[in-house]
Design a protein around this ligand. Sequence first.
Ligand SMILES: Cc1ncc(COP(=O)(O)O)c(C=O)c1O
Length: 383
Amino acid sequence: MQFIDLAAQQCQQLPDGRTIREAVDARIASVLDHGRFILGPEVEELEGTLSAYVGVNHCIAVASGTDALLSALMALGVRAGDEVITTPFSFISTAETIALLGATPVYVDIDPVTYNLDASKLEPAISTRTKAIIPVSLYGQPANFPVINAIAESHGLPVIEDGAQSFGSEKNGRRSGSLSTIGTTSFFPSKPFGGYGDGGACFTDDPELADRMRRVSRHGQARRYFHSDIGVNGRIDTLQAAILLGKWPNFEQEVEARGRIGAAYSRKLQAAGVTTTPQLAAGNKSVYSQYTVQVDCRTEVQAALKDQGIPTAVHYPTLLCQQPALRCEHISCSRGCSTPVAQSVSQRVMSLPMHPWLSEADQDRVVNALVTAINQTSVSFAA
Ligand SMILES: Cc1ncc(COP(=O)(O)O)c(C=O)c1O
């Protein structure tokens, strides 16, 4: 069994009768024919398709989810001496991009139910140096944007949704990417809308921010060989945009399948009653980028599942505030941070195989093996 079965994806049939592989092959061939490998027409087509789907006026396709975050922070003018508030429970990019600009990540603990930034702890973390807030929509469900946005607005602060894991999810009927000042996402192959390489995007309704993000992600170039800003080479490849467009017609079906499989996992695991299951906050629709449970004796449970040929993963075993690269002395942080919920959760979470083609039989195999492993490890733990 695969943790995420990307090979199965290529065999899926699109509404026009072709497989994803055939559609992607045709898109790649078209790029090889026209030869506009940098910022070819597929980039603009992808941006138009994604902005319409997300429900915002502007999409800027970039080279990765990391570049999307960097472009967003640079467009907002974040620099040395600034603070950016975020969650300690995320992939490194969320804080790495803040530190790369010489700013300081300030961590707010997570909600014990959704694992997203705890909005009730946000306000005390805001200081005169705060320049932006980056909540992460972890494991596929949006953070508490109505409350976070209201607090941010009362302080005149922009909010960037790190939606690398949540493209396709919704909060109160609005899609991830449209939930705050700027939304970012990743097209890393294992993400809900994954390409076959690196890619990412920024979303916003603000025309000035859109303009700045486009500029900074393209060497700060205002016009050919005239550079108004310091920027980066953060362009998405035309080939990657073409691949994403080839896969696009299947995406909504994949989102539906993810929701269905996530709900089925939860039903089966709740019936067994041996572990926590993901809980969705009111108004949230998750894309289950990860299906993550909490277990005691995680190392033993993972080993028992591995013996049964079932892969698992831990997202994330080390908090951002504990990463050697982000130690306080490296990022000029004297604020300290108190994140006991994230600390406890990071020691217990474990993600199960999850993708839109996970069969009912495989779901049952995972659930049965997990129940057996938990029962066995808790017996031997007690003994
Ligand atoms: C929460 C989060 N933010 C940012 C990123 C960075 O995306 P990318 O790998 O496309 O740079 C990831 C990717 O794993 C992620 O999970």
